[in-house]
Design a protein around this ligand. Structure first.
Ligand code: ACO
Length: 330
């Protein structure tokens, strides 16, 4: 007999961005760039940057406290913690374990998930699977990144694009007919070198030479990543809608990865979506990697843009290369 799976959805949300704001005009003083170029090519006006004492787990902690509060839960009640990040506090222990300790979520399973900007959607799919099949009753899923720590502020090709932040959700059982309807995750590992950090892993461990060669910074082939992004935002969106048995006309709110306004606009065009059905905050936060989709989602919820029963479509892409999409009934 086929076992009935439990419906799983979002029962709490929280976000955090560091206090310090780096504007386009600040960047004009650091590299040869200008506000007009950045705004017209990316839609970004400013980004938040972590203070020297703040690491990824600190950003995640602040977002997690808010999510727990909004779910009316205590940290001790958490069964599972997943932190999607490419900028962990350290390689070992994982950021999720550091966070588990800070929160006092004693006994909760905790691990990091690495899928760059798609990490949050990968995390949602992973955690909802655990809850659906009854292994856990709830999970804290966080997208948190401190990209400023791996950005070369002498490289105008990348330094204008990124910011720091964290977005958190609590997943749990929801009434029948609500919650996650479908996921579409994928990867194109052959494109790994289009967006990478060459050194610091087991292939090329940190050395004086790797530091001198700036191989610990994020490298990106922007043009190629752009083409990949436009392509997979379209295909992943179509597939995830089909899997949910829905059409583009059913979308009440589109929550795309906030990397570049032109990528978002091309997806909106393909879906025939009016601006009021799309969350855009890339102007304020820039590309915050794994934090981007949850920051957009949580901000939309806080602004009252999401009502019970609304159909949301989240979609992102990132290093790996990876993509992830999900349809969620709120
Ligand atoms: N200011 C001024 N000029 C600049 C800047 C800057 N900050 N950066 C680049 N330029 C110049 C380039 O040097 C180039 O000059 P050239 O023609 O003399 O060589 C010119 O502007 C145009 O460069 P392009 O690369 O063609 O610019 P494009 O329109 O493609 O925009 C951008 C570049 C914004 C990076 C775009 O390609 C993009 O958004 N790509 C996708 C990035 C992305 O979404 N990454 C997500 C994954 S991140 C992650 O997973 C962590």
């Amino acid at each position: 007999m086929k076992q009935q799976l439990r419906p799983v959805g979002i029962i709490g949300t929280g976000k955090y961005v560091p206090e310090k704001i780096l504007t386009n005009s600040d960047l004009e003083k650091m590299v040869e760039t200008n506000d007009e170029w950045i705004v017209s090519r990316t839609g970004i006006r400013e980004r938040h940057i972590a203070a020297p004492h703040e690491a990824t787990s600190d950003l995640a902690y602040e977002a997690a406290l808010k999510a727990l509060d909004s779910a009316g839960m205590r940290a001790e009640d958490l069964d599972l913690i997943i932190v999607a990040t490419v900028t962990p506090d350290s390689t070992v222990p994982s950021t999720a374990c550091i966070l588990q300790d800070k929160l006092g979520a004693k006994g909760a399973a905790a691990f990091d998930l690495s899928a760059a900007c798609s990490g949050f959607v990968y995390g949602l799919a992973t955690a909802s699977g655990f809850i659906q099949n009854g292994m856990y009753n709830n999970a804290l899923v966080i997208g948190a990144d401190t990209l400023s720590r791996i950005t070369d502020y002498n490289d105008r090709n990348t330094c204008v694009l990124f910011g720091d932040g964290a977005g958190a959700v609590i997943l749990g059982e929801v009434p029948e007919g609500r919650g996650f309807q479908s996921f579409d995750l994928g990867a194109e590992g052959s494109g790994g070198s289009l967006l990478n950090i060459e050194a610091g892993g087991s292939r090329l461990p940190a050395s004086h030479q790797t530091i001198e060669d700036k191989k610990h910074f994020l490298y990106m082939n922007g043009r190629e990543v752009f083409k990949f992004a436009v392509r997979v935002m379209g295909t992943a969106t179509e597939r995830v809608l089909t899997k949910a048995g829905l059409g583009k006309e059913n979308i009440d709110l589109f929550v795309p990865h906030q990397a570049n306004i032109r990528i978002i606009q091309s997806a909106m065009q393909r879906l025939d979506l009016p601006p009021e059905k799309c969350v855009i905050n890339v102007d304020k936060y820039a590309n915050t990697s794994a934090a981007s989709i949850p920051l957009a989602l949580v901000e939309a919820a806080e602004e009252g843009r999401v009502k019970e029963g609304d159909t949301l479509l989240m979609v992102g892409f990132g290093g790996g290369l990876t993509w992830g999409a999900s349809v969620l009934i709120w």
